[in-house]
Design a protein around this ligand. Structure first.
Ligand SMILES: [Zn+2]
Length: 107
């Protein structure tokens, strides 16, 4: 199974309206694991973003992540980390890519 189909399958399973999945790689390019966004945080309707969940799970071990967002039929939708996630990702020096391998932060 290629990484895109893993990502899409993962994203569909998110219980949020805004379905996002994230693959985490270390600096050798090994897959550390995956995360999805989920309900939680403070207040109604808020969610824990997949990027935050990834950092919570794998922390400084992450060198790059690949993000994917789908609708509930599994159709790909545009994805870009929110400014809060982006700040944290940049702080951890994590390279961010979308499923089409386009870099979303840094140089
Ligand atoms: Zn976010």
């Amino acid at each position: 199974m290629n990484i895109n189909s893993i990502l899409i399958k993962k994203a569909i399973k998110s219980d949020c309206v805004y379905k996002v999945a994230c693959l985490c790689f270390n600096n050798k390019g090994d897959l550390l694991g995956t995360s999805v966004n989920k309900h939680g945080g403070y207040g109604k309707g808020l969610s824990i973003h997949a990027e935050i969940e990834a950092i919570r799970k794998y922390g400084k071990g992450i060198s790059s992540i690949v993000l994917c967002r789908t609708n509930k039929q599994g159709k790909l939708l545009p994805i870009h980390p929110c400014s809060t996630c982006m700040k944290l990702l940049n702080k951890y020096n994590i390279k961010v890519y979308n499923i089409n391998k386009r870099r979303l932060n840094g140089r």
